[in-house]
Design a protein around this ligand. Structure first.
Ligand code: SF4
Length: 434
């Protein structure tokens, strides 16, 4: 077997695509974590955050010594930057042998073959519906797994490049999702996270139309003990039916991720988010009422063009009102090709950074406060493996509230355990298996 070294930037969707690429290549290549022994290097890029291109070209530059030592080494670039830049990557970086877009992963073996047979550098970035050409499942040794249920997005948030790099929303057929879930369950997976850019709008484009709740129902039927998560839902697509379903099915856990992005209606409008704060708070109130002890996490962008102190304070107020358990917060970074990149009144970096710091301090307080409720309680944890900080001593897993819980390492612990919480840290819990 030849060896492939993969570098993945970005989100869970990219991690999932990387696993698919490894599966596609698995007849000829096995993964290595040792760059020196690679016959193929594949860089899966992300353009959501700042300096994506710069990161790509410095990753390619770092390969020049290896390529001169191993002239047969092949280098491929995939992901969102590849989709956006296409041919330009080959022009700028002569080390690259092939560029593959987000809808052409199944073509990778033939692109490599073409390069090997002297047909020159290869570029494949046309939009194709490739669900059926992708292999089902992937090599997975963990108890948790991702399953992609849709690709692309129809929402057009003004700050986001995804609709350009991943195209319009295309739902994956129900039968294929279920077949992939079955394969993963047979591999020993106990928690499946369904992935989509707006995961809860799944099924709208299928013929006949299907509802996201219907998909959840079918996945749970495969194994009543499976834990199912999904990310990321869009507030505009949240329905009472979905909240009822979560409330009635413990397999869905007690955690909901609901991107807020801003607490100001004015900024939400500029972001083209299609909801107002009263609606967001309504969803939260309904969710909390129907699902007692629910944890809620969110995404927030700070320093969006035109954001004033007043807008920012509204965001802090919504955070206090909701009492988010955790949040992913970022300073706005203009993505070339998005509407927001050209908007007037860009917020100076130093102000945006100050706001981010203030917001993150508030979140720390909220997280600390929210975690207190677990002290002395027993929670169900799915043990995932050695603890990140103390791998020789401890194990870690996530609770139904999606909080990391650390326990003493013991032999033969596999799967779900009940843990009595004895200690609260800044954003994790520690406890004893009972
Ligand atoms: S919903 Fe908005 S932020 Fe999310 S992927 Fe679609 S365009 Fe991007």
């Amino acid at each position: 077997m030849r060896k492939v070294f993969v570098k993945t930037f970005g989100c869970q969707m990219n991690e999932y695509d990387t696993k698919k690429v490894l599966k596609i290549l698995s007849n000829e290549y096995e993964e290595t974590s040792n760059l020196e022994e690679a016959d193929l290097v594949f860089i899966n890029t992300c353009s959501v955050r700042d300096k994506a291109e710069q990161k790509l070209y410095s990753a390619i530059g770092a390969l020049s010594k290896l390529k001169s030592q191993k002239p047969n080494l092949k280098i491929g670039v995939g992901g969102c930057v590849a989709q956006q830049e296409g041919e330009r990557i080959i022009q700028k970086a002569e080390l690259v042998d092939f560029v593959v877009g987000t809808h052409n992963l199944s073509l990778i073996p033939s692109l490599i073959k073409n390069v090997e047979q002297g047909r020159g550098k290869q570029v494949a970035v046309d939009y194709r519906d490739e669900w059926e050409s992708l292999p089902l499942g992937y090599n997975n040794s963990s108890v948790t797994a991702f399953v992609s249920i849709s690709r692309g997005c129809d929402k057009n948030c003004s700050f986001c490049i995804v609709p350009k790099t991943r195209g319009p929303e295309v739902s994956r057929p129900l039968e294929e999702i279920l077949r992939e879930c079955k394969i993963l369950l047979l591999q020993g997976v106990k928690e499946i996270t369904l992935l989509g850019q707006t995961v809860n709008s799944w099924g709208k484009d299928l013929k006949p139309k299907k509802r996201f709740v219907h998909l959840l129902q079918e996945v749970i039927k495969l194994d009543p003990r499976v834990r199912v998560r999904f990310t990321s839902p869009h507030p505009q697509e949240m329905s009472s039916e979905l909240l009822d379903f979560i409330a009635e099915h413990p397999q869905l856990g007690k955690h909901m991720h609901l991107p807020l992005q801003s607490g100001s209606d004015r900024i939400l409008k500029l972001m083209n988010r299609n909801y107002k704060i009263w609606r967001y708070l309504d969803i939260v109130a309904e969710a909390k009422e129907k699902i007692p002890d629910l944890s809620i996490s969110t995404d927030i962008i700070v320093g969006f063009p035109g954001e004033t102190d007043e807008d920012f304070n509204q965001t802090l107020n919504v955070m206090k009102q909701v009492e988010f358990d955790s949040s992913f917060s970022f300073v706005f970074s203009p993505r070339p090709g998005t509407k927001a990149a050209g908007m007037p009144n860009q917020v100076p970096k130093n102000i945006a950074l100050q706001r981010l710091q203030e917001l993150q301090e508030l979140q720390k307080e909220l997280t600390r406060k929210r975690l207190q409720r677990f002290l002395g309680k027993t929670v169900e944890v799915l043990i995932e493996g050695p603890a990140a900080k103390t791998p020789d001593l401890d194990l870690q897993g996530r609770s139904e509230h999606n909080v990391y819980v650390v326990v003493n390492r013991k032999p033969d612990i596999d799967g779900f355990v009940n843990v009595k919480i004895t200690e609260i840290n800044s954003n994790t819990l520690r406890g004893e298996i009972v």
